[in-house]
Write a protein that binds this ligand. Structure first.
Ligand code: G3H
Ligand code: ZN
Length: 310
């Protein structure tokens, strides 16, 4: 089916207390693994392409890959821009046809983040596309070890979450509640009370970034507290790379990229399926589809039906 936008999908998940997995794709094999896993689990899914992935492969190339697999799938698939950190990237993704966007101004001063996010929300909404933004800051574990104090320092407060949400008009809100990006080991616990307090004040889908490093039981509690979209990247990268290494160590003479590409794809698919079940989005595709078809949050601008301009 055609790509869908993330608005109604996330509202349905929020109201029905499960979370939608948002999985980062950096190449064809990973995008295919994510969509195949969603098909086999009958799950709605978000395939996300980060600003870094755009730098690596280009927005039109990755968008075309996701779109073509989504069109063959029977489950609803969103193509989302992850961590667009400048205006140009958000506009490029919108123009390429992405059906969901993120502007990440979390490194900016609060007022500047509000100002730029609000102007991008207006543009995205005029084109019929929902927008996620971040307040507080999810730190990067790959830049060095993080103390509990450092993680806490950047956490979102319920007050700033409410003010940011009301002033910008975003459709979903990424909050910092104890996770960190690019953790290679699952060891972080989230501040569940903080999530509940933010959700009290922000009646919109809340987004968890850096989920690869979060313990499973903390993820389950976070969903009950109001987290609705959960982002995984590092675990997929790990699964991919481990499979390639294993395949090549078993057969050092191997040169056919498809042979280790297919091993990597299968391993990523296995991880995505496990995460989908953890989030409770398995067997939700049909319900999401019937909810989506009855809802219209944006006027039909036809912009996502335009041909891709290379
Ligand atoms: O935006 C993407 C994510 O927040 C993924 O984080 O690589 O730590 O799973 P992760
Ligand atoms: Zn993130």
């Amino acid at each position: 089916m055609p790509l869908v936008d993330s608005k109604a999908m996330l509202i349905y998940a929020m109201e029905n207390k499960f979370a939608v997995g948002a999985f980062n794709a950096n190449n064809m094999e990973v995008a295919q693994a994510i969509i195949e896993a969603a098909e086999e689990e009958r799950a709605p899914v978000i395939v996300q392409i980060s600003q870094g992935a755009i730098k690596y492969a280009g927005e039109n190339c990755l968008f075309a890959i996701v779109k073509s697999f989504a069109e063959k799938a029977e489950v609803p698939v969103v193509c989302h821009l992850d961590h667009g950190v400048d205006i140009a990237t958000v506009i490029k993704a919108l123009r390429a046809g992405f059906t969901s966007l993120m502007f990440d101004g979390s490194s900016m001063p609060f007022e500047e983040n509000i100002k730029i996010t609000k102007s991008l929300v207006e543009i995205a909404h005029a084109a019929g596309v929902p927008m996620e933004a971040e307040i507080g800051k999810v730190p990067d574990a790959a830049k060095g070890p993080l103390s509990h104090e450092e993680i806490k320092k950047y956490m979102t407060t319920p007050e700033e979450g409410k003010e940011f949400f009301e002033k910008t008009g975003v459709d979903s809100l990424a909050i910092a509640v104890g996770s960190a990006h690019r953790m290679k080991v699952q060891s972080a616990s989230l501040d569940i009370e903080r999530i509940m307090n933010i959700h009290e004040k922000v009646k919109a889908p809340l987004v968890l970034h850096g989920a690869s490093g979060v313990l499973d039981d903390s993820i389950i509690k976070a969903i009950k507290a109001g987290i609705t979209k959960i982002n995984f990247a590092t675990e997929l990268n790990k699964a991919y790379t481990e499979a390639v290494k294993k395949k090549l160590s078993e057969d050092p003479e191997l040169v056919d990229v498809r042979k280790y590409g297919e091993a990597a794809r299968e391993n990523v698919k296995k991880v995505v399926k496990e995460k989908i079940r953890l989030l409770g989005s398995n067997n939700k595709a049909e319900d999401v589809l019937s909810y989506i078809s009855g809802k219209k949050y944006f006027k039909d601008t036809g912009i996502n039906k335009m041909p891709i301009v290379e």
